[in-house]
Design a protein around this ligand. Structure first.
Ligand code: G6P
Length: 586
């Protein structure tokens, strides 16, 4: 999965495209490129690396011309090479194309095109689209018809944008995001609003099975059958605020530090939706909660909270495992689907699978215009602002705020989260980051680390381990305290480090027992706790909070530890290798 962008207007295309690509790099960043049309000639500049690296080498932003497209890649078909980087040109060199998604029938299409004399220069599925466009354009001399004929033969999920020799920019959407921006001097299309945030806040959200053609200051939208479509123009100023790094070195650090404010923003804005969600959840006969990555860890905390405080029987399913899970889904079932982006293919598939069986979907998303939101009976928007760092930080704590609030409503008064207190406690941890920074430096050479917790703290341990893997490339493993003696103890010796999530809640004494077992094997103990203890070799002090609320507070030192570990290990925390923020492929 990748990001695509296109511009058609009166300004210079290349600088806009390169800037937009930089903002969308979270979607993939192993190669980048642009194609610009000038006097009926298309020039392509592309290469392997991040946008800034490729630009430093081939000066993409210096190409001149008023129509163009651009791409950042996260390789699916074919290795990370210049030949596989987009844009791709058709055999005639007259059409250029960028693509996000997967064409599943590309092998058959490639054979068909080969039999008609076409040749291929890359291993991508993308090259078949651009050559089909050429074939169909040569036969019809009409961009819209060429687009319609081409999409009619494609299978899979995709969005793409293409530049035609007559100066038309055309784009199509099928189950991958594509948004149109209308600026003072032209039209833009992009995978995310962030791609054109500096140009305009006026947008059109294209639906699936739609094509847009833009030329000479005009645009036409139709569906895949050619029927004209009209869309409302939407202003999106709220969604695109805060997209800058500001004074911070990395988006990830900025987003970690935003949490005392972002959890309050979430808590304030969700009231009407969470009340409806609580009703739907309470009346459901079968209840499921799902997500991927960090959002799945939030789902695990949600399962704990809703069963403990709502007295509900709820099953947590990892989204990618949904189709293999035994289930009892029908029209009396509810699935809570959690996703920052609302575009994760595994989550969409799990939600679709539940919906087909008649279940209602409650989605918890940060992007309220996303595909997941569109297919839900009820959507709860996190409202924590754009999250650019690839690893989830503030969206995770906002997801927990939603789940705590729902559990609070269902608890009959036994759980009443005070998010204002939590916000202050998070700030306290952030103010004391020096100790965590120093600890991260000490741990720089580490190849393995264990994080132990029990109850809901085990779900936080899993999320912490994911953060350390993603950001610092250190093997990190979450351990449920009681399981230590059933296997993992065999791994520990005097070179091992174990982080204990050990707040003074109901898990405290059991976790202490595990700490003694670890100490007896000579391993080093890092205690994350509001209570000091001699057993800790390193102690990160947590502010005291209500027993049930520790998961939200203890996440902060773990995020900081992962971030600073990445810095000391010379990794770029905003763009972890091999990953992308929103994985829109299976
Ligand atoms: C990717 C990211 C993870 C993220 C997961 C789910 O794998 O690398 O950091 O947690 O997707 O993303 P979502 O947008 O569905 O929450």
């Amino acid at each position: 999965m990748c990001s695509i962008i296109g511009y058609e207007g009166r300004g210079e295309a290349a600088p806009l495209l390169v800037k937009g690509l930089q903002r969308m790099e979270y979607r993939g960043y192993d190669s980048a490129g642009v194609a610009i049309l000038s006097q009926r000639e298309i020039s392509v500049r592309k290469g392997v690396g991040k946008v800034s690296e490729v630009n430093a080498l081939v000066h993409m932003d210096e190409l001149r011309g008023e129509v163009g497209i651009g791409h950042t890649r996260w390789a699916t078909h074919g290795g990370v090479t210049e030949a596989n980087a987009h844009p791709h040109l058709s055999n005639s060199g007259q059409i250029a194309l960028v693509h996000n998604g997967i064409v599943t029938n590309y092998i058959e299409l490639r054979e068909e095109l080969r039999s008609k004399g076409f040749s291929f220069n890359s291993q991508t599925d993308t090259e078949v689209i651009v050559n089909l466009l050429q074939l169909n354009f040569e036969e019809t001399r009409d961009v819209k018809t060429a687009m319609m004929r081409t999409v009619a033969t494609l299978k899979g999920n995709y969005s793409f944008a293409a530049v035609f020799p007559d100066g038309t920019l055309a784009a199509a959407r099928f189950h991958e995001p594509l948004i149109v921006g209308i600026s003072r001097d032209g039209y833009l299309v992009a995978s995310d609003i962030l791609g054109f945030v500096e140009q305009t806040d006026k947008v059109i959200y294209l639906d699936n099975r739609e094509i847009i053609t833009m030329k000479d200051g005009g645009q036409v939208i139709c569906d895949f059958d050619g029927k004209p479509v009209r869309h409302e123009l939407i202003r999106v100023s709220n969604e695109i605020a805060d997209a800058d790094k500001g004074e911070y070195v990395h988006y990830t650090l900025k987003e970690i530090f935003e949490q005392p404010a972002s959890i309050l923003r979430t808590a304030e804005k969700i009231a009407p939706e969470v009340a409806r969600a609580a009703e739907m959840i309470e009346s459901a006969k079968n209840l499921y909660i799902t997500g991927s990555g960090s959002s799945f860890h939030a789902a695990l905390v949600g399962k704990y909270l809703l069963s403990k405080f709502g007295g509900l029987n709820i099953e947590a399913i990892m989204a990618s495992e949904a189709e293999f899970s035994p289930h009892h889904l029908d029209s009396e079932s509810v699935m809570i689907a959690i996703s920052q982006s609302g575009e994760t293919a595994d989550v969409l598939e799990a939600a679709n699978w539940a919906k087909e069986k008649g279940a209602r979907i409650i989605s918890i998303v940060n992007k309220t215009s996303s595909s997941l939101a569109q297919m839900s009976s009820l959507t709860i928007g996190l409202g924590c602002g754009p999250e650019i760092g690839v690893a989830a930080t503030k969206s995770f704590t906002s997801q927990l705020v939603v789940l705590y609030t729902i559990a609070g409503l269902l608890s009959g008064g036994t759980l009443s989260p005070r998010f204002d207190n939590l916000s202050r406690q998070m700030s306290e941890v952030l103010d004391n980051q020096t100790k965590i920074k120093a600890l991260a430096e000490k741990l720089t050479g580490l190849s393995d680390i264990y994080i132990l917790g029990m109850g809901a703290n085990y779900s936080i341990a899993s999320e912490a381990a994911l953060k350390i893997k993603e950001l610092a490339y250190v093997h990190a493993e979450a351990l449920p305290g009681g399981e230590l003696k059933h296997g993992p103890l065999a791994l520990l010796d005097s070179n091992s480090y174990v982080v204990f999530l050990n707040p003074s809640d109901s898990t405290y004494s059991n976790v202490m027992t595990s700490a003694h077992e670890v100490k007896a094997r000579g391993a080093k103990i890092i205690g994350i706790s509001n209570r000091p203890s001699e057993i800790y070799d390193y102690w990160i002090n947590l502010p005291s909070t209500e027993a049930e609320m520790f998961p939200l507070v203890e996440m902060i030192p773990m995020q900081l530890l992962a971030y600073y570990l990445a810095i000391h290990r010379n990794a770029n925390p905003d763009y972890p290798r091999n990953l992308a923020k929103s994985v829109t492929v299976k």
